[in-house]
Design a protein around this ligand. Structure first.
Ligand code: SF4
Length: 271
């Protein structure tokens, strides 16, 4: 059985929700929050593609992890996106935002317009963060597949930056920030550290959850020891065994059930 990280995360949130979404494939509406998150990710993907192109065209002395062919695959061929570093302005970022904005999921035009303005402020904060130091971006939205125990875990790195002889993996979030302790123990980041070694061929010495919001950007940076990676593999094995046993026992909770798209059909819902 191959699993994506998002499926694994869904199972950890509530096995019944996993059953509805992945096993029974019950259709559901995209929420406004998911729509907003996708719009932000699409914007930053295009932004990163322009960065990669600009780096290439300037014949940067910095080494890339990827061959010319790989970089070509990572960027959108025939895209009208510009290729020079001068294009990377805050106005350009906002133009990417407006062209990437997904209207699906909002209940009214007013709500969508509010989200558009929220996104403008959020990306202005991102731009300030981005400008703080020189960056060499190696990949954006790069997919990976890594064999783990008896399964294969797939996922996607939002952004990979060069960090001397290793890489820095950055994950963009539009949700409320987790604490540093939670980020230090986060399974998603452990999977990224494992996938970095196995799919990029480079160790990952820095992992960041970049929480983007209109109020302030929160950067939580961490790293993983080999012991933590062994522990992550054990956690995945335990989840995989429960999935193999078809253990879809619900784990209701007020907050998660409130956000669950299946609460209307779930007999165990807490709300
Ligand atoms: S409503 Fe609650 S218990 Fe039911 S599937 Fe959703 S999260 Fe799980």
């Amino acid at each position: 059985m191959a699993l994506s990280y998002s499926q694994l995360q869904l199972y950890r949130t509530c096995p019944r929700q996993y059953e509805f979404a992945v096993v029974k494939k019950i259709p559901r509406q995209i929420s406004a929050g998911e729509s907003f998150g996708s719009s932000v990710h699409n914007t930053l993907k295009k932004w990163g593609e322009v960065e990669i192109r600009a780096q290439k065209s300037e014949n940067s002395n910095q080494q890339s992890l990827f061959s010319e062919e790989d970089v070509g695959k990572l960027t959108t061929t025939h895209s009208p996106l510009p290729t020079d570093i001068c294009s990377l302005t805050s106005d350009f970022l906002l133009s990417l935002w407006h062209s990437s904005f997904i209207v699906e999921g909002y209940e009214s035009r007013l709500e969508a317009d509010f989200a558009r303005r929220r996104g403008e402020r959020l990306l202005t904060n991102f731009y300030e963060w981005w400008q703080r130091e020189p960056r060499t971006v190696l990949a954006v939205e790069k997919g990976f597949k890594v064999p783990m125990n008896d399964t294969t875990i797939s996922g996607r790195f939002d952004r990979v930056e060069q960090e001397e002889e290793s890489v820095h993996i950055i994950d963009f979030k539009t949700s409320a920030p987790k604490s540093q302790d939670e980020v230090d123990a986060d399974l998603q980041l452990s999977i990224y550290a494992i996938a970095s070694e196995e799919s990029l061929g480079k160790p990952c010495t820095k992992l960041t959850m970049l929480y983007l919001s209109e109020d302030a950007l929160v950067e939580r940076t961490t790293a993983r020891s080999s012991g933590q990676l062994t522990d992550a593999r054990k956690q995945i094995r335990a989840l995989y065994e429960r999935l193999e046993e078809k253990d879809y026992h619900p784990t209701p909770g007020r907050e998660k059930c409130h956000a669950c798209p299946y609460r209307g059909v779930c007999s165990a819902s807490a709300v």
